[in-house]
Write a protein that binds this ligand. Structure first.
Ligand SMILES: Nc1ncnc2c1ncn2[C@@H]1O[C@H](COP(=O)(O)OP(=O)(O)OP(=O)(O)O)[C@@H](O)[C@H]1O
Ligand SMILES: [Mg+2]
Length: 477
């Protein structure tokens, strides 16, 4: 987003430091873009730091602006996804309109791009961004981001990417002060041809912008530059993507193909959904024999073999995945061979595909994720034991991929209980350590009674609360 003269608001915004807006004491400015200034602030009631985006007063003077802003903020606040920056609050005071968000310490992808990214790192960021966009694109009322760019991708520790400023471009669009000034919304360097020319946009426009971000990550610069927004837009409309810049950096051909398709000039020639894109990118990585940085990505077909730095606390050789005894399914053979479920241990007849107790796939294909072996040569696994109120215990084992925990089916570990959110938390394995992250659940996740604000490394025997439900974590082999 661009503004005619951001300087004009400097005094008004600088005067905010030390002031209190609602429940928030403004600390220091973190950064500013074309439209707004972002401050670090203390949420007085909860004693935690937040980021507050303050819009200059000229917007608030706009008729209907605050009403529209509020409506959109409500819609965007419904987006709950690990790759979308959570909005905590919204307010208006003395003509100042502000949005309160999670404070993210790791800077933005824009800053990270000062150093080169490997294809693997870039692809990992793109998959995370696509996952976040996918959540918005598949809402009943489709939400298009409209300003996908590295400055709107915040990085939390561990290279977690969070998309910010969802729909803000839409809120500001049509604001008379802006249109009068002849200022377009969105960032021309990353804008799709249809958005640049003012046509209606749909999720495929975000896929285009993400393709330009991918290009930037790998080529080290954006594909089209120019002196004016219009000259840049014209290049997006007419000029072929300068693939030679990717080739000069040694970007493998299958990845180049993905970027080309993301950035096709006509929306119908692009990937039509973020899922289609993620699948294509995973396949391209596999063809190019590039592993994603070892981490999560549920249900991915992408390879995840590489572990760069085994943690010192677990010793053990890095060996190819062990082969587990796999049940053989023969539809003609109904004999009563039983196999036990990897996850919950229940016995099942070998004619079943899924465990009758916990629903886990008896073929246990997720075992391919296990590459890190413990001292006994067996893979390191996680065990979560749910203690219910009667102090009964149910115990489940998990592989070295991502485990989702929540109240509803579809999660790997389903914990019923009113205080557990539908998607409450996730657990994954990274470089020899098990990491737990709360997914902005309503009632929070605690480890040994400490509330999680960011992902933490679990230790054997840790007691975890998902809302009021108690689970004990152990490593096992
Ligand atoms: N939630 C946050 N936590 C920490 N830093 C943030 C947060 N949100 C934004 N920032 C920082 O503030 C800067 C300004 O953000 P802002 O969204 O106002 O501008 P921008 O994204 O760079 O440009 P535009 O105005 O086009 O959106 C960002 O570049 C980032 O460094
Ligand atoms: Mg921004």
């Amino acid at each position: 987003m661009q503004a005619p003269n951001p300087k004009q608001n400097d005094d008004e915004l600088n005067a905010l430091a030390g002031k209190t807006l609602g429940n928030f004491r403004i600390d220091e400015p973190i950064g500013s873009g074309g439209m707004a200034t972002v401050f670090k602030a203390l949420q007085l009631t909860l004693g935690r730091y937040v980021a507050i985006k303050v819009l200059p007063s000229r917007y608030a003077r706009e008729p209907n602006f605050v009403k529209r802003f509020k409506q959109e903020a409500h819609i965007v606040a419904q987006l709950v996804h690990p790759n979308i920056l959570p909005i905590y609050d919204f307010g208006e005071q003395d003509n100042i309109t502000y949005i309160v968000m999670e404070y993210v310490e790791g800077g933005t992808l824009k800053e990270r791009l000062a150093r080169p990214l490997s294809t693997s790192e870039a692809a990992d960021f793109m998959i995370q961004a696509a996952e976040g966009l996918g959540c918005a694109h598949t809402q009943e009322k489709v939400i298009v981001h409209r300003d996908v760019k590295p400055a709107n991708m915040l990085l939390r520790k561990g290279n977690f990417l969070l998309l910010s400023d969802f729909g803000i471009a839409k809120i500001l669009e049509g604001t008379a002060n802006l249109t009068r000034a002849g200022v377009g919304i969105g960032t021309p360097q990353y804008m799709s041809p249809e958005q640049g020319t003012g046509s209606t946009v749909d999720p495929r426009s975000d896929i285009y912008s993400l393709g330009i971000v991918f290009f930037h990550c790998l080529a080290g610069r954006v594909p089209f530059t120019g002196d004016t927004p219009l000259s840049i837009t014209l290049k997006h409309l007419n000029e072929p993507l300068p693939v030679e810049m990717l080739r000069a950096k040694g970007v493998p051909a299958p990845i180049e193909q993905v970027i080309l398709k993301m950035t096709a000039k006509r929306a119908e020639d692009r990937y039509q959904t973020t899922n289609e894109l993620i699948e294509a990118l995973a396949a391209a990585l596999a063809t190019a024999q590039i592993a994603l940085p070892q981490r999560w990505r549920p249900n991915s077909s992408a390879p995840m073999q590489k572990i760069d730095a085994p943690a010192p606390n677990i010793s053990g050789p890095m060996l190819p995945a062990p082969s587990y005894p796999q049940p053989v399914f023969n539809p003609n053979q109904q004999s009563a061979v039983t196999i036990s479920c990897f996850r919950c241990g229940a016995s099942n007849p070998s004619t079943r595909l899924f465990c009758t107790t916990c629903g886990y796939e008896l073929a246990d294909r997720r075992a391919v994720a296990d590459h890190f072996l413990g001292p006994n040569g067996r893979p390191v696994l996680a065990r979560l034991t749910i203690r219910d109120n009667a102090m009964n215990s149910r115990s489940y084992r998990f592989h070295q991929d991502i485990t989702t925990i929540g109240r509803t089916s579809g999660n790997d570990l389903v914990i019923s209980g009113r205080t557990v959110s539908r998607q409450h938390a996730r657990l994954w394995f990274d470089s020899g350590r098990w990491i737990l992250e709360d997914l902005h659940s309503a009632n929070g996740t605690r480890v040994n009674n400490a509330l999680l604000n960011q992902p933490v490394v679990l230790k054997d025997g840790d007691v975890v609360n998902f809302g009021d439900e108690v689970v004990v974590f152990n490593t096992t082999y």
